[in-house]
Design a protein around this ligand. Structure first.
Ligand code: 5GP
Length: 233
């Protein structure tokens, strides 16, 4: 079992400890540089269920309202407080299958007994308009995106430990024991694939994790080098 994950983000320009003001300055430069001509970009955010991707994303979007978050389609039932069209498009299995068969999904996958997919049209439209589009998706979908969009930036969010992840999943208390165990099992597979992503960020401190994501977003992909050491005992 993975008990400890050591994370080390290195940037070739040596600027691994840039302050957030500077990051925002870099963002402004990046957006200015983009405006002529605008250059769309796909950002894939993946990480095990319960790792806190949602919270990270909400903060990221508040700080960078120019980012466009793709709203996925799912056959999963809404959790309490979730809203159709804001959190997901909640659809039936036949509706989902029809979208997939008509190539209206950019990627899709089955996860813990439900289907999840990215509606193609809005993402393609936004990219064409030069927007930066964020997909918050699981591993199989991320792999499909990396095949079709090799320039997509892949960010993998890691838990501080697998025990911490289990606690978070149980604390959420929105699912049956069987569903929690399925999510935990899947989490192990996903964490083992973290090296397929451009960078890996451990989410044990929201502010630090956000800062690392911002650095990755506003650093040109060829200049971005990251490494992870996973210690198994
Ligand atoms: P949840 O049921 O907890 O909202 O999501 C379960 C998993 O599905 C999460 O890992 C989430 O990132 C992933 N997911 C959400 N939307 C999509 C999607 O459109 N495509 C894929 N492949 N995975 C998704």
């Amino acid at each position: 079992m993975i008990s400890k994950i050591k994370y080390n983000l290195r940037l070739l320009d040596g600027g691994s400890m840039l302050g957030s003001t500077l990051v925002q300055g870099k963002m402004a430069q990046g957006l200015l540089a983009q405006s002529n001509p605008p250059e769309g970009k796909l950002i894939v955010l993946t990480g095990p269920s319960g790792v806190g991707k949602g919270t990270l994303l909400r903060s990221l979007l508040r700080r960078h309202p120019d980012l466009y978050l793709s709203i996925s389609m799912t056959t999963r039932a809404p959790r309490s407080g979730e809203i159709h069209g804001r959190d997901y498009y909640f659809v039936t299995r036949p509706e989902f299958d029809r979208m997939a068969a008509n190539h209206q999904l950019l990627e899709w996958a089955e996860f813990a007994g439900n289907c999840y997919g990215t509606p193609r049209q809005p993402v393609e439209d936004q990219i064409r308009q030069g927007r930066w589009v964020v997909l918050e998706i699981e591993l199989q979908g991320a792999r499909q995106i990396f095949q079709s969009y090799p320039d997509a930036l892949g960010i993998f969010i890691l838990p501080p430990s697998m025990d911490a992840l289990e606690q978070r999943l149980r604390h959420r208390a929105s699912e049956s024991e069987e569903a929690i165990l399925r999510r935990l099992d899947r989490a192990k597979t996903e964490v083992n694939a973290a090296n397929e992503f451009d960078i890996r960020v451990v989410n044990d401190n929201l502010e630090q994790a956000l800062h690392q994501i911002e650095l990755a977003l506003f650093t040109p992909k060829p200049d971005l080098k990251a490494e992870i050491e996973t210690v198994a005992v």
